[in-house]
Each structure stands twice: as structure tokens, then as C-alpha cells.
Ligand binder design. Structure first.
Ligand SMILES: *Cc1c(COP(=O)(O)O)cnc(C)c1O
Length: 399
């Protein structure tokens, strides 16, 4: 007797099945093929400070970090991270028990969710969201509950009532991101105070992704952990990638109360265990750069934001002016378009510029359809050329 042929099972497990290849791969390939300027993916086209690169070379040559560094991260870096939180925000963290170095913010997010979420738990995230959030929630077996940021008066805003209504008895965790990618929204002190009060009232954990903490042009960045009742329930995540323009180094970190750090470390130790040994030494030095480093970075990016925002406005887009991050979200409807996917697939041939359709950051794809994201972490000359190219959209509109 022969057994009936088995139905072939998909290779990819069902937790990940809905996540295809990222749009960034498709759009970057398109940029290469057409020679278009890539304002799609958000990485700087110039490296961070020379002396920090040299610090990495020195560490490597001196044999520091070439073998497995300590699981929580090298002490020098943990001390520098704690000092950074103290200096910038008045938040005191013990480098030994309340700081954890990770393989970028991405691993910190994944490890936090894997550690803190049980299958069936609901995780609230601000939509549109960074693409790893949905996948990490899924890997943890959680159910994502999006709360959508909506445009009003030239910027995207969180509806606090909607957030409040999204909390149920099954909500375990709020996954926040401020400054927010891709909208550039920076949650205000008043909004954060309300979110904090809600988290305390409903006894929620909060994971807050603050990788753009130093890229705020209007307003201020206030860590959620600094609000009453939040320090003990908040996992704060940041990274050297965006702050120091070394996205390839993948050095990130978590600051939180000891029990939370211990939980996150339990997951992290089986993901990468450790990473980026020599770079950890360099990032420790980067975190000790004078305040002028951060103000120069911010001023440089603010000028680039203003240049690209003006160019996009001239080209006919509605521009949602970002208060932070290095992204501008535009609305393509004034150009007579409504499908961001189709628009972005055609844009490289049409104008020689690559952008990203925000719909990929939404569960509610329809809500995200008319929005398109441009990155401005590029050399001024590149942005100027992009603006010239994008102008070709404007006459077409008036025909
Ligand atoms: C870039 C980015 C990350 C990833 O940071 P890495 O340190 O490169 O892992 C996480 N969250 C947001 C919102 C980002 O834009």
C-alpha cells in the first residue's frame, strides 16, 4: 500500500508568509537599472565622523572586540549610553543592569517583542510603521493593532482617543516610535504625557523606538521613560546608525529597568548573542562627541529638509513637513495620482528619482495609498539635482 501524496507545505512558515521581499530591494534595483537618484532607502550617502571611523580601525588593530565581546555589550559603551541618557534627558540608568547593547535597533525591537509578548497578546503600533515591527510582532505570535496617524494641517497626528479605544484586556504592549518614520511626526510632551497616563492606567508595557532622537528640527524629543510611572514599564531603544551615520555598523541599545533588560537579553542572547565588537568601542567614543556634533548634524539635515520640501512643493506634491527624522511624506493627489505603488514604480523612468510608497507601512493599504516617502539624508548636490528632475512633474500637471 502506498500512502496518499502529501499536500506540499509552503516552505515559509505561516508567521512570516505575509511578508514578501521588502519594497526597498525592488526600488533600489530599479534605481540601479535606471540610474535614478535613490531617495527611497533611508541611509546617508556620506559616512559619519572621520575620527569615529578611525576609532573603529584602532580598536580592530589593537585587538579590542575581535573576539566575542561581553553579552550585555562592552562596559565602555554601556557607560557611554548611560551617560548619554543622563546628560540629554536626566534619566539615570545603571550601565551594569539597565543597559543592553544590541545588533542595531532592529534586534532590540525583535528581542523585546520575543521576550515580552505571548502568542495572542495584542501589540498596538502607530501606523504607518517601520517594516520590522509587523514582522517582529508576528514572530512573537502577537496580534498587531494599528493606530493610524492621519494628516491634518500639513503634518501627521496621533488621535489619542483612537489610541485609548484600541486598548483591550489583551493589550500587552505599546510599540511607539518618536520621532516617527515615515511621517516625521514628533510626539509632543502633552501627547506623551497622555500616552504615559494611559500605559499606567491600563498597566501596559511600552517599547519605544527613539532612533531619530537627535534628528528633531521643530519641537523637542522627550523620552517616554521620563514620564511618571514609565521608567519601570518602558524599554527605550536607540541606535548609532542614524545618529552617527554608520547604518552598516548595526550598533543599537536598550535602556530599561533591570527586569526588562534581563527579559530582553534572554531573547537577544539566542539571536546574535553579541555583535560588532570593534564598532562598540568606536560608538562609545561617538557618544562622547561634544554637543556641537549633534547640533551640526541637525542643522545640516534641517537645511536639506527645507530644500527638498520646497522642491517637492514646487513639483506639485502636498508636502507633510517632518518635524523630525530624515524623511518627507508627500501626498500625490494634487498631481492627479492616487496609487503610490504605481507612481513609485513609474517615477524613476519618468523623472530619474526613486521614492517609496508609504502603503507598504500600512495594514490599511487604502489609507496609505496616496502617500509617498522621500529621504533627504543625501548630499546637498544630489538633493538639488533631484529637485530639478522632479520639477518635470509640474508642467505635466498643468497640461
Ligand atoms: C532605521 C530604523 C531602525 C533600525 O535601526 P538599526 O540600528 O539600523 O537596526 C529602527 N527603527 C526605525 C524607525 C528606523 O527608521
Amino acid at each position: 500500500m502506498t500512502s496518499a501524496p502529501r499536500t506540499p507545505r509552503p516552505l515559509l512558515n505561516r508567521r512570516l508568509a505575509e511578508f514578501g521581499t521588502t519594497i526597498f530591494a525592488e526600488m533600489s534595483a530599479l534605481a540601479l537599472r535606471t540610474g535614478a537618484i535613490n531617495l527611497g532607502q533611508g541611509f546617508p550617502d556620506t559616512d559619519g565622523p572621520e575620527e569615529i571611523r578611525e576609532a573603529a580601525v584602532r580598536a580592530l588593530r589593537d585587538g579590542r572586540g575581535n573576539q566575542y565581546p561581553p553579552g550585555p555589550g562592552i562596559p565602555e559603551l554601556r557607560t557611554a549610553i548611560a551617560a548619554h541618557q543622563q546628560r540629554g534627558y536626566g534619566l539615570a540608568y545603571d550601565p551594569d543592569t539597565e543597559v543592553l547593547v544590541t545588533a542595531g535597533a532592529t534586534e532590540a525591537i525583535a528581542a523585546s517583542l520575543l521576550a515580552l509578548v505571548e502568542p495572542g497578546d495584542e501589540v498596538i503600533a502607530l501606523e504607518p510603521y517601520y517594516d520590522s515591527y509587523a514582522a517582529s510582532i508576528a514572530l512573537a505570535g502577537g496580534t498587531r493593532v494599528p493606530v493610524t496617524l492621519r494628516p491634518k494641517d500639513g503634518a501627521f497626528h496621533l488621535d489619542l482617543d483612537e489610541l485609548r479605544d484600541a486598548v483591550t484586556d489583551r493589550t500587552r504592549l505599546l510599540l511607539l516610535n518618536t520621532p516617527h518614520n515615515p511621517t516625521g511626526t514628533v510626539l509632543t510632551r502633552a501627547e506623551l504625557a497622555e500616552i504615559a497616563a494611559l500605559a499606567v492606567e491600563r498597566d501596559l508595557l511600552v517599547v519605544t523606538d527613539e532612533v531619530y532622537e537627535h534628528l528633531v528640527f521643530d519641537g523637542e524629543h522627550v523620552p517616554l521613560a521620563s514620564f511618571p510611572g514609565m521608567r519601570e514599564r518602558t524599554v527605550t531603544i536607540s541606535s548609532a546608525g542614524k545618529t552617527f551615520s554608520f547604518t552598516g555598523w548595526k550598533v543599537g541599545w536598550v535602556t530599561a529597568a533591570p527586569e526588562l533588560v534581563t527579559a530582553v537579553r534572554s531573547a537577544k542572547q539566542f539571536l546574535t548573542y553579541v555583535s560588532a565588537g570593534p564598532f562598540q568601542y568606536a560608538v562609545a567614543e561617538a557618544l562622547a562627541l561634544p554637543e556641537t556634533y549633534y547640533t551640526d548634524l541637525r542643522d545640516d539635515l534641517r537645511a536639506k529638509r527645507d530644500l527638498l520640501a520646497a522642491g517637492l512643493t514646487d513639483a506639485g506634491f502636498t508636502v507633510h513637513r517632518p518635524a523630525g527624522t530624515y524623511f518627507i511624506t508627500t501626498d500625490i493627489r494634487p498631481l492627479g495620482e492616487s496609487d503610490g505603488f504605481a507612481f513609485c514604480r513609474a517615477l524613476p523612468e519618468r523623472t530619474g528619482v526613486v521614492a517609496i510608497p508609504n502603503a507598504v507601512f500600512y495594514d490599511h493599504r487604502d489609507e496609505g495609498a496616496p502617500f509617498v516617502r522621500f529621504a533627504f539624508c543625501k548630499r546637498l548636490s544630489i538633493l538639488e539635482e533631484a529637485v530639478v528632475r522632479l520639477k518635470s512633474l509640474a508642467p505635466a500637471r498643468q497640461e
